[in-house]
Ligand binder design. Structure first.
Ligand SMILES: Cc1cc2nc3c(=O)[nH]c(=O)nc-3n(C[C@H](O)[C@H](O)[C@H](O)COP(=O)(O)OP(=O)(O)OC[C@H]3O[C@@H](n4cnc5c(N)ncnc54)[C@H](O)[C@@H]3O)c2cc1C
Length: 599
């Protein structure tokens, strides 16, 4: 018999379906909430209770099955063909209750469907779900865009609160946060419901209204997940983190209370959701973010250069880092370069606020220097730079770098960057990140930086994501980031170094070539070795909570630095019983790794 049928039949037994009573507290325990219930537990809610919840949420309670479950039942069936045919489409994955945008992480987590999901339509549905989960001692999971690398938006034996259908976007000419009155002057802003993706905001704010909102680089990331991460996009060097732009949010807390939080109302909770990590504070139902004047142009610089020897590669790195420090370390330039073990430097840089000729002029001296030594440097992908009107940045019509959602009926602006394709459904062998202080760009420090970049890149490719460090950004942008829960190291970092590896989609039940566990473990080890080289530069370097190592043993300090004790205090105040649990989230040290047992 199918496992799910067994669980369902257990839950349906009348004797076992009695309304839940407090679990017996062990002597010396901290109250009744010691253990959450699973479907195999006698206290799992019975069919009648689930029916009540279903009615309360307008029928939007769904049974959840793993993405490839149709293929287990009927490999040649239409449902199996549908999922297999769409698994490279991040919008399709996001539309599935069991969809996770990565397909797992070696030795860390495997996608596991919840038992049920509430596909919430509005705040009332969220309140009903939170109250049901709390009263019945369920493991509650919240999911928006499903992009958690750490797997924090899926869990076996849980109830899923899924915000996908809450995706409205509204623009404001003059927004004042509730209760702030005369204390703050009206500003242009955008309000998004929690399940909106960044492409929904970019369409409304930039393509249609000609303004800018700071969000994420990947178009299908969820708005609430990104803001609670801190959140970086290609233009963050100019506009800061997504969290830094938050003006107000509505959040349903553990007791079912709907709170409007901003700088004037419950400022401690407001501060915590700005970078304190998703899934730890309550369920955010809507967010209002500041919008900015759109710079007239946005552009890029691209290409790949392969050095013919280690010595030449060191020379190339030194020249590039010097060029970066002098010409690119400013509000205009973000995104990344990849430093590869085969002595290749790949450029994937993005800019805003420079027109086509300005962008080209900036890069010309570097390109000339590379081209002057053809025997030493091979250009493996043509070098170039340029810009176009920023209003067309996210308009996928005629934008050859974007792939539109091909499904019939999909909104025509739903598209993803070609450069993000590799990540769709990826299975991670390892991942780590660290913020590299801007002081390393000083001439006296540069030799250490170059040595570490070279040594680290012997093990694994190192990505320097310049837009994910705010060193070189305007003072007000850095100040706004320092007024969030994100590790303050972000404000002085010239880049976030990301070292990661993995393979194509490997969802449970998916037909694919078997994984080579030895090779996967070798990758994980190489990531550790490369990170260790960089850590020599900055032993206390922070790490970006949402793009970090699942196994980081000092995650509290790494993700939040000196902000962690304050975050713990906010957690105790608003969620003392820990209804909102995620792996390496604030307060998660009080729980077993699966979030079911209080330690
Ligand atoms: C392919 C890919 C590209 C990425 N690109 C970027 C990028 O450009 N910039 C960047 O900064 N980060 C990036 N990330 C990291 C990403 O921003 C974070 O993982 C973010 O938290 C994802 O939000 P989500 O809603 O899409 O994911 P989810 O997995 O749905 O949610 C992430 C976390 O937030 C919680 N959460 C979601 N919605 C709510 C809500 N309404 N209320 C309370 N908690 C909620 C979830 O419980 C979970 O713990 C990327 C990740 C992937 C996989």
């Amino acid at each position: 018999m199918h496992r799910r049928s067994v669980l369902k039949s257990i839950a349906a037994l009348p004797l076992l379906a009695a309304p839940s009573a407090p679990l017996p507290a062990k002597p010396g325990s901290r109250g009744s909430l010691l253990r959450r219930v699973r479907p195999s537990d006698p206290r799992w809610p019975g069919a009648a209770s689930w029916q009540q919840l279903k009615q309360a949420v307008g029928g939007n309670l769904l049974e959840v099955h793993s993405l490839f479950s149709p293929c287990e039942k009927e490999p040649a069936g239409a449902s199996c063909r549908e999922v297999a045919g769409n698994i490279s489409n991040p919008f399709y994955i996001g539309d599935q209750p069991a969809g996770t945008q990565v397909s797992g992480w070696l030795d860390a987590w495997t996608p596991a469907p919840s038992v049920y999901a509430v596909k919430a339509r509005n705040t009332a549905d969220v309140v009903a779900t939170v109250n049901f989960a709390r009263k019945n001692r369920l493991r509650l999971v919240v999911k928006g865009g499903g992009h958690s690398y750490q797997g924090t938006s899926n869990a076996a034996d849980s109830l899923l609160l899924w915000t996908r259908s809450m995706n409205g976007v509204t623009l404001h000419d003059a927004f004042v946060a509730s209760g702030c009155g005369a204390r703050s002057k009206p500003v242009p802003a955008v309000t998004a419901q929690a399940g909106a993706m960044w492409i929904d905001l970019y369409e409304a704010v930039t393509t249609r209204a000609g303004r800018y909102v700071q969000g994420g680089g990947c178009t299908t990331v969820g708005v609430a997940g990104l803001v609670q991460s801190g959140g970086f996009g290609s233009f963050s060097k100019g506009f800061g983190t997504a969290a830094g732009g938050l003006l107000e949010a509505q959040i349903v807390s553990t007791d079912g209370t709907v709170r409007t939080v901003n700088a004037c109302s419950e400022p401690d909770l407001f501060w915590a959701i700005k970078g304190g990590g998703g899934g730890s504070w309550g369920v955010i139902t809507r967010l209002t973010l500041r919008t900015h004047e759109l710079p007239p142009f946005a552009g890029a610089a691209w290409g790949s250069i392969k050095a013919q020897s280690d010595e030449a590669f060191r020379k190339l790195l030194a020249h590039f880092v010097g060029f970066y420090a002098q010409h690119l370390y400013n509000r205009h330039w973000g995104e990344q370069v990849a430093i590869k073990p085969d002595n290749t430097l790949k450029l994937s840089m993005v800019c805003q606020g420079l027109d086509n000729s300005q962008a080209r002029r900036v890069w010309q001296p570097f390109f000339d220097w590379v081209r002057a030594s053809p025997a030493v440097f091979t250009i493996t992908d043509e070098l170039g730079a340029g810009a176009k009107p920023a209003r067309r940045w996210w308009n996928n019509e005629g934008n050859h770098s974007m792939i539109p959602d091909p499904r019939p009926g999909a909104p025509d602006y739903h598209a993803w960057w070609e450069g993000d394709q590799e990540q769709v459904g990826a299975f991670l062998h390892g991942y780590d990140s660290l913020w590299l202080p801007g002081s390393l760009l000083q001439t006296s420090q540069r030799p250490r930086l170059l040595e570490a970049l070279f040594a680290g890149s012997r093990h694994e490719e190192i990505g320097l994501h310049f837009n994910k460090g705010l060193g070189g950004a305007p003072a007000d942008v850095r100040a706004a980031a320092l007024d969030t829960a994100t590790n303050p190291a972000v404000a002085d970092a010239f880049a976030l170094a990301i070292i990661a590896d993995g393979e194509g989609a490997a969802y449970p039940g998916m037909a694919r070539a078997p994984m080579d566990p030895d090779a996967a473990h070798r990758d994980a080890r190489a990531i550790d070795l490369a990170t260790a080289e960089l850590r020599k530069l900055a032993p206390e370097a922070g790490s970006y909570v949402s793009e970090s190592n699942y196994f980081n043993p000092i995650w509290q300090r790494a993700f939040w630095g000196k902000n962690y004790p304050k975050l713990q205090a906010v957690k105790k105040k608003y969620d003392p019983d820990g209804l909102f649990f995620v792996h390496h989230g604030v307060g998660s040290e009080d729980w077993s790794a699966d979030g079911f047992t209080r330690l």
